[in-house]
Design a protein around this ligand. Structure first.
Ligand code: UDP
Ligand code: MG
Length: 151
């Protein structure tokens, strides 16, 4: 089953939007299998955004991600990466479509509320940065037939 790392970034926590954002993922039917409320260190943020090292925004995005507490979660479902990327919307709030998290809750260029892995390879790199294998909880939905049936 596919997994993704989602971070409700420091602006989402500071603006008290964690519940709103988590609710969207829960209502969609995505399974929460890990959660951690933490302030991401500069060193961890640098590892997280290693793929962007050398780009003009690298230092500033590392500063942003480590600037205050975040809610870090892992979601699991078939196709979870493409679904969550669509739910997040385009990178910046002012271009993200209404109906998406970034489109509905923000209009800033610098602050965009959420991170989500963009491929299975990214998820495989990102999840172990935050969670030990035993912190990923295996459990079953009682209504999975209704959620995933008739396919
Ligand atoms: N970012 C930025 N300026 C840019 C591009 C990206 O500040 O010109 C930040 C933004 O917070 C974004 C993160 O760097 O979420 C990672 O960029 P990416 O292109 O991977 O966007 P995402 O996958 O988050 O949509
Ligand atoms: Mg990205």
């Amino acid at each position: 089953m596919e997994r993704t790392l989602i971070i409700l970034k420091p602006d989402a926590v500071a603006r008290r939007l964690t519940g709103e954002i988590l609710t969207r993922f829960e209502k969609k039917g995505l399974k929460l299998i890990a959660a951690k409320f933490m302030t991401i260190s500069k060193e961890l943020a640098e590892k997280h955004y290693d793929v962007h090292k050398g780009k003009p925004f690298f230092e500033s995005v590392v500063g942003y991600l480590s600037s205050g507490p975040s809610m870090v979660i892992v979601l699991e479902s078939a196709n979870v990466i493409s679904m969550t990327r669509k739910m997040m919307g385009a990178t910046f709030g002012y271009t993200a479509e209404p109906g998406t998290i970034r489109g509905d809750f923000g209009c800033s260029r610098g602050y965009n509320l959420v991170h989500g892995s963009d491929s299975p390879e990214s998820a495989a790199y990102e999840i172990p940065l935050y969670f030990k294998p035993e912190e990923l909880v295996e459990w079953e939905f009682s209504d999975s037939g209704w959620l995933y049936g008739r396919d």
